[in-house]
Design a protein around this ligand. Structure first.
Ligand SMILES: Cc1ncc(COP(=O)(O)O)c(C=O)c1O
Length: 380
């Protein structure tokens, strides 16, 4: 009998096979000219990403965590200033706030989007609050229009954590659209290999929709505070996207919309097959204001059945993921804020209910069908 092949959670090798000629040529270009740091690919990629986002400026850096750190340094926040972050996110969002001696204020997620909402943030704004960091979790944009209105009313900066939502579009109530990452004062993204736009190692960028001055400052901070070589004007850090990663990203950027469209197609297949299980599970919510780019396709599994479903799928050779098994406040490193804190019931419930299904552009329809059939069988 022919063994059934396993279905990976994601598989970057399939994408490499598909793009091999272009990627190999791009990497060869860097190997030939030898400018591994600050090679021409870095500026070219920054310009191309800026054009794609229809933004003002892109400042590449070493990774998504650095992007967040540089963003907060660029805004000149001082120790003790409060920054509002979601409790349910990858810890990097809050980590950089703590690292800079600022005070993270953790806010619970919206039940549907799993993102911050203005309603949830508003009660936590104090005289010391300086910024809000909404995270577009799993590729679903946070409700930016209401967050911007709140920020304007209280004179707060908005730093978008766009690590999981590159390519998502936000539609304002007047019909205007904007790419996430260009809506707030600064956008921060990660090019970690599994991301919608992923490198072959670490990479990140700050993106700017309106403020060229902030962009110039961020560029300086990312380069040891140097305005020009050996002229250090402020304390900065060393955070660079290298030329090989930029070369890979230039190729992949050309396919980003196609890949995101395929992610949405896969999500629609999942939605259609799994909607009959409503009540036992919850499929991802789609607010009308945005296009989801499905970095993850994440179910909520009710009645304490998540772990059993995960194990059942694993027996069938289907890999799944839990993003994240703990909220940030449930991590021991963040205990001090947990003790001070706040009620975050949704952030505490989600880690027990969420299950992310295989999701990458090269996943085949028949594999999606195998996943959904197995889930339906589990609930029979
Ligand atoms: C929401 C979010 N923020 C920040 C980061 C940090 O990005 P990096 O791993 O490139 O430092 C990630 C990466 O996983 C993320 O998912």
């Amino acid at each position: 009998m022919k063994a059934i092949s396993p279905i990976p959670f994601f598989d970057l090798r399939r994408q490499y096979r598909h793009l091999k000629n272009e990627i190999d040529e791009a990497l060869q270009g860097v190997l030939q000219h030898g400018a591994f740091v600050r090679g021409p690919e870095v500026d070219l990629f920054a310009d191309e990403l800026c054009a794609y986002l229809q933004g003002e400026k892109v400042v590449p850096c070493g990774n998504g965590t650095d992007a967040l750190q540089i963003a907060l340094m660029t805004l000149d926040l001082k120790p003790g200033d409060e920054v509002i972050v979601p409790s349910f996110t990858y810890p990097a969002t809050a980590e950089v706030v703590a690292l800079l001696g600022l005070s993270p204020r953790f806010v619970d997620s919206d039940e549907n989007t799993f993102c911050l909402s203005a309603e949830r943030v508003a009660p936590y704004i104090t005289k010391r609050t300086k910024a809000i960091i909404p995270v577009h979790l799993y590729g679903q944009p946070a409700p930016m229009e209401e967050i911007l209105q709140l920020a304007e009313a209280y004179n707060l900066y908005v730093v978008e954590d766009n690590a999981q939502a590159m390519g998502a579009t936000y539609t304002f109530s007047n019909g205007e659209t904007q790419k996430t990452g260009t809506i707030g004062d600064i956008g921060c993204t990660s090019f970690f290999p599994s991301k919608n736009l992923g490198a072959y190692g670490d990479g990140g960028a700050l993106t700017f929709g309106k403020n060229e001055e902030l962009a110039q400052k961020a560029k300086k901070i990312a380069n040891h505070g140097q305005k020009e070589k050996y002229l250090h004007e402020c304390i900065g850090c060393n955070s660079r996207l290298d030329s090989l990663q930029a070369a890979v990203l230039r190729v992949k950027l050309r396919y980003l919309d196609k890949f995101n469209a395929r992610r949405r197609e896969i999500a629609a297949l999942y939605d259609r097959a799994l909607s009959s299980l409503e009540g036992a599970i919850q499929i991802p919510f789609r607010p009308s204001y945005s296009s989801h780019v499905f970095y993850q396709y994440t179910l909520r599994v009710y009645a304490g059945k998540r772990d059993a479903l995960k194990a059942y799928l694993s027996e069938k050779g289907i890999s799944t993921g839990i993003y994240y098994p703990r909220s940030v406040l449930q991590q021991s490193a963040y205990k001090v804020w947990r003790d001070q804190c706040v009620d975050v019931p949704i952030s505490e419930r989600l880690p027990k209910e969420i299950l992310s299904l295989p999701m990458f552009p090269e996943l085949e329809d028949q594999e999606v069908e195998r996943v959904t059939t197995a889930i339906i069988d589990f609930f029979k």
